[in-house]
Design a protein around this ligand. Structure first.
Ligand code: OSB
Ligand code: MG
Length: 400
């Protein structure tokens, strides 16, 4: 694996590539007539616990945009509480309703860059912005009679996937889940870790499964004071250690990376193309977990992909316990050529008894998910089922 630290000359080239990658969406102006904001609650099969807390159901914020008799669907991945990042469903809803939707429905959208530019006058709130960008891109693909993967230049027909396993009450519960997901074909196991649930747990999983792709995700549970403790993870042949330090840190991660063998992968800290460039220039990580929501949507995600691809930095698609709608966007994204590592894209059944799309996302025995070829998301959005689990819905148009 070759890793380049970026020079300014290289950056100038990357910016050109990134601009080129946005061109295909500039073709047709789209007048958005209506924006739908909807809260849906789906129970989880089992609680999902990370270093920042545990949840047993998922409140899902769906965003839809309507034009030309077609509907595009997006999902805002903010969680109910601001524990993963400062955004939560409440803030995302407010920002979408009061600031983003009005600039989106005002005049025809000329393309993805135009959409991103309008929303960029408002600082932050990436997940809220991404909800709109996702819905717009599904709509743009449907208007052009293309799949989302085709629209963004995806190449893969199937994408490799792994599973993210939460902190369990007992080690035996975790070991059982590791066996289960390996037997279902998942290509990589990621263990959530935190102080008190780390070295012994990783050591035992590695002892039982010497050859699997294994990684850990700390969700910011450590600091540089834990340097020696973290260095002990070097003994387990991990593919990566994800976000060990603070959610917004780059510098301490660079210090940690220079004293560890294991590759650091950043998740929370990479919130824009600029932050991705800074991380690579500083040497804060060797791998990036790309989440469309965290970086504000396709406009940023495509640039981050192009930057990493050009510099041989492996990327993979992260997950936020999305419903099938967000999951379908993730599958399209992961079909881009730079996504060389298995993504956190599980089967719908890993989290939900019934998903919001038809058919449900399935993982085949070889640990891959098919990239759909139908229009837009490529899955049918199950509107009657969505209606049946909706807690609140509101439509905005130019009269609001
Ligand atoms: O850090 O990757 C993370 C879920 C919610 C919030 C943050 C994270 C996660 C996961 C689950 O690890 C990934 C998935 O959707 O399967
Ligand atoms: Mg993570």
């Amino acid at each position: 694996m070759k890793f380049d630290v970026l020079s300014y000359a290289a950056m100038a080239e990357v910016v050109n590539i990134a601009d080129a990658s946005l061109v295909p969406f500039v073709s047709q102006p789209v007048t958005i007539e209506k924006v739908g904001l909807r809260m849906v609650r789906l129970p989880l099969h089992e609680a999902f616990e990370t270093s920042f807390g545990s949840i047993d159901s998922r409140l899902i914020f769906l965003v839809s945009v309507e034009a030309n008799g077609l509907t595009g669907w997006g999902e805002c991945v903010a969680q109910e509480e601001p524990r993963y990042s400062y955004e939560c469903i409440g803030t995302a809803y407010q920002v979408t309703k009061n600031f983003l939707a009005p600039v989106v429905i005002k005049t025809p959208i000329q393309g993805l860059s135009d959409l991103a530019r309008r929303m960029s006058q408002f600082k932050g709130h990436n997940m809220a912005k991404a909800g709109i960008e996702l819905a717009y891109m599904d709509l743009a693909a449907r208007i052009q009679n293309k799949s989302l993967s085709e629209l963004i230049g995806g190449e893969r027909k199937r994408v490799p996937v792994g599973v993210s396993l939460g902190i369990q009450p007992k080690l035996s519960d975790l070991l059982q889940r590791v066996e289960k997901y390996l037997s279902l074909g998942y290509q990589r196991i990621k263990l959530k870790i935190m102080p008190g649930w780390d070295l012994d747990v990783v050591s035992e999983v590695r002892r039982r499964h010497p050859d699997i792709l294994l990684s850990v995700d700390a969700n910011s549970a450590y600091s540089l004071d834990d340097l020696d403790h973290l260095k002990a993870l070097d003994d387990f042949g991990l593919l990566m250690i994800e976000q060990p330090l603070d959610h917004d840190d780059l510098l301490d991660h660079a210090k940690l990376q220079s004293s560890m063998k294991t590759s650091i992968c950043l998740d929370e800290s990479i919130t824009s193309i600029r932050r991705a460039r800074h991380a690579l220039e500083l040497g804060s990580c060797r791998i990036i977990n790309i989440k469309i929501g965290r970086v504000g949507g396709y406009s940023q995600v495509l640039q981050i992909h192009d930057l990493c691809y050009k510099h041989h930095v492996p990327v993979w698609c992260g997950g936020m316990l999305e419903s099938g709608i967000g999951r379908a966007h993730n599958i399209a994204l992961a079909s881009l050529p730079g996504f060389t590592l298995p993504g956190d894209i599980s089967a719908s059944s890993r989290y939900f008894a019934r998903d919001l799309i038809k058919p449900a996302v399935e993982v085949s025995q070889d640990g891959t998910v098919a990239v759909p070829i139908g229009q837009g998301l490529g899955f049918e959005v199950d509107v009657p089922f969505i209606e049946s689990c909706t807690e609140a819905v509101e439509y905005l148009d130019r009269t609001n």
